[in-house]
Ligand binder design. Structure first.
Ligand SMILES: *C/C=C(C)/C=C/C=C(C)/C=C/C1=C(C)CCCC1(C)C
Length: 249
């Protein structure tokens, strides 16, 4: 009896009752945590410049794990969307993903100004997105559209701007392979976020899904993008390290 009461107080009954949002918060937390451990441990297996890339992957998933820990508890306790935690997490991790693009292209001449542009665009995307999620029903679409401009700018940089030009000019097969996959992540993977945003009241998909399913979209997208993105970089790092060692021996 007492145990049941405790379970209800902390909201764990949501898990027992199969609330999919609660379950994805649990799985998301565990997956981010495990990935962070993996990326940190694997740093020792790769050569010089790749260590920093894997460190950043570990930081992205590690920062997300800490936020999932709090977001999970917030959701269990209140049943509401942990919007503020979500945006704090993204404000830290999306710029770090921009750093990953920068690190990948740096050996081929990427400049700080490219990184700066990506970070400004992501900050714009997230600030307008946060205002859209918290300022109510009336201007939800307008803020979403503004945010999408920031998003599309990042897509542009990767497909046709500085990052694309550097990758093309590099003649590095490994980099071009990684870029191919990362492009899929930032178009298909990242587009899950605006779709989730559209389930909010007043937006285009409102009523088609439960409002709480916004977290289902975001949790799924985070797992795909943060862990998948890190794994792409990991696989390039491993294959480039092997190639370099073979050339030396
Ligand atoms: C690890 C977290 C990542 C990669 C988060 C990415 C978030 C987005 C690409 C969010 C985009 C949004 C729009 C394009 C419009 C509506 C508002 C947002 C912020 C959900």
């Amino acid at each position: 009896m007492k145990a049941l009461l405790l379970i209800e107080t902390v909201g764990l009954d949501k898990i027992i009752n199969g609330d999919p949002v609660a379950i994805t918060f649990f799985i998301g937390y565990m997956a981010m945590f495990a990935s962070a451990v993996f990326f940190f441990m694997e740093r020792s297996q790769v050569d010089g410049k790749w260590k920093l890339s894997l460190l950043v992957s570990g930081l992205i998933t590690g920062i997300a794990a800490v936020h999932y820990f709090y977001m999970r508890d917030f959701y269990l306790a209140t049943g509401e969307s942990p919007t503020a935690f979500r945006y704090v997490d993204w404000t830290l991790t999306v710029p770090l993903m921009c750093v990953e693009f920068y690190l990948l292209t740096k050996p081929f001449g990427a400049k700080g100004s490219t990184l700066f542009k990506l970070i400004v665009a992501s900050a714009f995307m997230l600030v307008t997105g946060f205002i859209g999620e918290t300022s109510g029903i009336d201007n939800n679409i307008m803020w979403g559209v503004l945010s999408t401009v920031g998003y599309l700018y990042i897509v542009y940089e990767v497909f046709a701007g500085d990052i694309a030009k550097l990758a093309k000019g590099s003649n590095s097969e490994a980099l071009n392979r990684a870029m191919f996959l990362l492009k899929i992540f930032i178009t298909l993977g990242w587009s899950i976020y605006p779709i989730g945003y559209m389930v909010l009241p007043g937006n285009l998909l409102s009523g088609m899904f439960d409002v709480s399913s916004i977290d289902l979209f975001y949790n799924m997208a985070d797992a795909i993008n943060k862990i998948g993105f890190g794994l792409v970089i990991y696989s390039v790092a491993v294959s480039e390290t092997a190639k370099a060692r073979l050339a030396k021996s």
